[in-house]
Design a protein around this ligand. Structure first.
Ligand SMILES: [Zn+2]
Ligand SMILES: [Zn+2]
Length: 145
């Protein structure tokens, strides 16, 4: 529901002595409304449509704070622009090498085993996201013609 993200952002800004501006709240509102994979530029465009005067550094800083608060996540796309996921609960992704589409993937992945294997290398695991690469249904169909 929209509103939760704005409240969380406002609380976090206040507790850190940051300013709660209409622009920052608009960013939070847009994140709360969407269920998508978006770049910082797309968020910038959407905020500017509603409220002029927002700067790119403000967008980045706000997105980073929202990430810290757990309201957005980063999609591990490898190269290319940073892609933010407004769906912040744990899930994985399929990325099409044809059209670049990023699709949510819900599959039972045993992350505890992944983390256990990582820690056997002395690695302190924090998170794991799986990216399945290949061709989406549309691109696969086009390729076979
Ligand atoms: Zn595709
Ligand atoms: Zn996603």
């Amino acid at each position: 529901m929209s509103g939760i993200v704005e409240t969380a952002l406002a609380d976090a800004l206040r507790s850190r002595g940051g300013r709660v501006t209409p622009q920052r709240l608009a960013i939070a509102r847009i994140i709360g409304e969407r269920d998508a994979h978006v770049t910082a530029e797309e968020i910038f465009g959407a905020v500017t449509e509603r409220l002029p005067g927002v700067s790119m550094p403000t967008v980045y800083a706000t997105l980073e704070l929202l990430e810290e608060l757990g309201h957005i996540a980063r999609v591990p796309t490898g190269s290319g622009p940073v892609l933010f996921d407004t769906r912040a609960d744990q899930h994985d992704h399929m990325i099409c090498r044809g059209c670049g589409d990023v699709i949510d993937l819900d599959a039972p992945i045993n992350r505890r085993r992944l983390f256990a294997a990582a820690s056997s290398h002395g690695f302190s695991a924090e998170c794991a996201q799986v990216v399945v690469q290949g061709l989406c249904a549309t691109c696969a169909a086009t390729n076979q013609r």
